[in-house]
Ligand binder design. Structure first.
Ligand SMILES: Cc1cc2nc3c(=O)[nH]c(=O)nc-3n(C[C@H](O)[C@H](O)[C@H](O)COP(=O)(O)O)c2cc1C
Length: 149
């Protein structure tokens, strides 16, 4: 059975809800899934024995892109980490009325690529409540799961 780790940071619950939805869909695709809040994650988790690493972090900036606070603290510890081709993808809920809609997704993709990760799917950006986007989330998770060999 393939293994996936989802690391999320959430201030008002949307991102946590989305992590739960992604977990359920991945389990239906025969993945064993661990979900960790970013405050419980360590840099070693990024290179641990998982076939797929998923990062789930909303943007909390205004004029510029800022990661959710706990995730920002976590990424500050990542310099020097080498992902050595670890398959990853990024997703988040956001709000398209902000200048940088889900800018956290782009920022984390750049970071993970810089560290040597292998992006297996374009990031998923959901506008508003993830509960209203079940079909879109399901399609993305299924294509992400299928791209893990
Ligand atoms: C102060 C503030 C800044 C935000 N900045 C952005 C942003 O730059 N881009 C975006 O897409 N959403 C932005 N949002 C919306 C949140 O990312 C969105 O509501 C998200 O679902 C929150 O996730 P959470 O409930 O897990 O904390 C912002 C929200 C607040 C309150």
């Amino acid at each position: 059975m393939k293994k996936a780790l989802i690391i999320f940071g959430s201030a008002t619950g949307n991102t946590e809800e989305m992590a739960g939805m992604v977990k359920t869909i991945l389990e239906q695709a025969d993945f064993e899934v661990e979900v960790k809040e970013v405050t419980d994650a360590s840099t070693a988790d990024l290179t641990a024995d998982h076939d797929l690493l998923l990062l789930d972090c909303p943007a909390y900036g205004d004029d510029e892109i800022e990661l959710q606070e706990d995730f920002a603290d976590f990424t500050e510890q990542l310099d020097g980490v080498r992902l050595d081709g670890k398959p990853f993808a990024v997703f988040a809920p956001g709000d398209s009325s902000y200048e940088h809609f889900c800018g956290s997704v782009d920022m984390l993709e750049d970071k993970m690529n810089d560290l040597g990760g292998k992006m297996v799917n374009d990031g998923l950006k959901i506008d508003g409540d993830p509960g209203d986007a079940e079909g879109e989330i399901e399609a993305w998770v299924e294509s992400t799961a299928a791209s893990v060999v």
